[in-house]
Write a protein that binds this ligand. Structure first.
Ligand code: C5P
Length: 237
């Protein structure tokens, strides 16, 4: 499958069209951004590592009944995916309180909530991905009730599967963001899309609680490449 034209360039990936109108190629860059693009940098070989991590995770999810846009790993930095229209609602799952929720509630990072938390944000860099709820998403036409229900159902299923997957590999899945899309085939069926990588997940070493994700870049902790490499090693071993 050959790349045709660039359809969209995001902060960490570029999407290309292909000869097949129902397939796209996702190219993973080394560019890293944080705080809605205000902090910029590069993480050496991040694109290669994230393509491998995400491919491995999508394959694992597929085997366990979660449908995603993933078709196959094409090359070091390229993934063949089903063409989707991204639903502009980011779904955040939190198993442990950290990041913006810790700040918002004024509690210490690392606190375990009584239940798994799901949050929604409106996908807009300009607005800084503002927090919304299901009523806003529906009322503003970002997603239908059926789509919100499906995204919620799949997000909880992904969480059960991935919490165990990472736990078995010595990693605590703290929180993460999922994106979904409407498939160009199958009448717009909702598919898990985007990527599942240390760019969009908080991953802590289970024992030492060392951060193995983009917080190392966001918070200038150093050892960013090493942390991503460590996650790849654990995900593929
Ligand atoms: O910043 P916050 O604590 O709300 O992020 C929760 C989780 O969602 C983190 O793992 C973060 O990496 C991810 N996230 C993301 N993209 C966003 C917002 C959050 O990947 N736009």
């Amino acid at each position: 499958m050959e790349k045709k034209e660039e359809l969209y360039e995001g902060k960490a990936k570029v999407i290309f069209s292909t000869d097949n109108p129902n397939r796209s190629i996702m190219y993973f860059k080394d560019d890293a951004t944080a705080f809605d693009g205000k902090k910029k940098g590069t993480i050496n070989d991040k694109g290669v590592i994230n393509n491998k991590i995400s491919s491995e995770i999508f394959r694992f999810l597929e085997k366990n009944g979660v449908k995603s846009h993933f078709v196959e790993e094409l090359s070091e930095r390229e993934m063949l995916v089903k063409k989707v229209e991204i639903i502009p609602v980011e779904v955040i799952i939190r198993n442990i309180i950290a990041g913006s929720l810790a700040k918002r509630l004024g509690i210490e990072e690392g606190t375990k909530p009584g239940e798994v938390i799901i949050e929604f944000c409106y996908k807009s860099d300009e607005l800084g991905d503002p927090f919304i709820n299901e009523y806003v998403a529906r009322a503003m036409g970002y997603a239908t009730k059926e789509e919100m229900d499906e995204m919620t159902r799949v997000a909880f299923k992904v969480n059960e599967l991935l919490s165990k997957f990472f736990d078995e590999r010595g990693i605590l899945l703290v929180d993460y963001k999922l994106e979904f899309g409407r498939s160009a085939e199958d009448n717009g069926a909702v598919l898990l899309a985007d990527e599942i990588t240390p760019d969009g997940c908080r991953l802590w070493d289970k024992v030492t609680k060392e951060k193995l994700d983009k917080d190392r870049f966001r918070r200038d902790l150093g050892g960013v490449e090493e942390a991503y490499g460590e996650v790849l090693k654990k995900v593929t071993e």
